[in-house]
Ligand binder design. Structure first.
Ligand code: C5P
Length: 217
């Protein structure tokens, strides 16, 4: 529907992968396309919200009428999110933030010498959990990509990160999820309600997720 259910609401969405530099030519990243996040941004905009995306590198056009902050690393995404979540009503953590980043970034291209080499990594900050810990926080939605025990792991994540809602997808299903156009999601909220959103395009799913959020705020 064209109903403007989110007028005067500010929505911030993280999107895409993050890229963690190893040296001037190499990096650690993942296959996230940003499609789900951008579809959510369009759906939220259509519902009348003021929308801001904080996105890692993606091959997608900035949606019309949406502010897109382009970042590279998890550290940069975190800094942008800290600014963006001020006066925010709904935060959706849809980015595939790299869990680890190199302890040090080499200024020079690393030369190959030995048969084996070890790259030292440190944990990145959990952006979503940080947002959920803030006083006067927005309604917080996370995503969980799991390859096994979908409901169990997603429920744990929902509570551990103090989320209001989590959208879980089973990445063992071929053709769904990461980098694909379709997905299937299990929505869980902190009150124990669950909703299965059957296989559909990310655009259709995005509208359903926004409706589920609207019903809870
Ligand atoms: O713990 P896991 O990475 O599976 O959690 C996924 C959820 O947490 C996603 O919503 C993702 O955007 C968010 N996340 C984050 N910062 C991290 C790791 C995950 O915001 N460093």
């Amino acid at each position: 529907t064209q109903e403007k259910k989110l007028t005067e609401k500010r929505v911030v969405i993280t999107a895409g992968p993050t890229v963690e530099a190893i040296d001037p030519v190499r990096y650690i990243s993942n296959h996230s396309s940003g499609k789900m996040a951008f579809a959510l941004a369009k759906a939220a905009k259509k519902a009348g919200a003021e929308v801001e995306i904080v996105s890692g590198p993606v091959n997608l056009a900035d949606p019309a009428g949406v502010t897109v902050n382009h970042v590279t690393s998890a550290a940069q995404m975190f800094e942008q999110v800290k600014l963006a979540v001020k006066n925010c009503d709904i935060f959706i953590g849809c980015a595939a933030v790299a869990d680890y980043t190199p302890v040090k970034v080499s200024c020079q291209k690393i030369k190959k010498n030995d048969e084996q080499m070890t790259l030292e990594l440190k944990r990145n900050p959990d952006i979503l959990a940080w947002v959920a810990e803030q006083e006067d926080r927005p309604f917080v939605v996370g995503f969980a990509a799991e390859s096994q025990s979908l409901k169990e792991f997603a429920t744990k994540k929902l509570h551990k990160k103090k989320l209001d809602m989590i959208c879980a997808n089973d990445i063992s299903c071929e053709g769904l999820g990461f980098n694909s156009d379709d997905n299937q999601l299990l929505l869980l909220d902190k009150k124990g309600n669950e909703e299965l959103l059957d296989v559909a395009s990310k655009e259709v799913l995005a509208c359903k997720i926004i409706n589920q959020i609207v019903a809870r705020i």
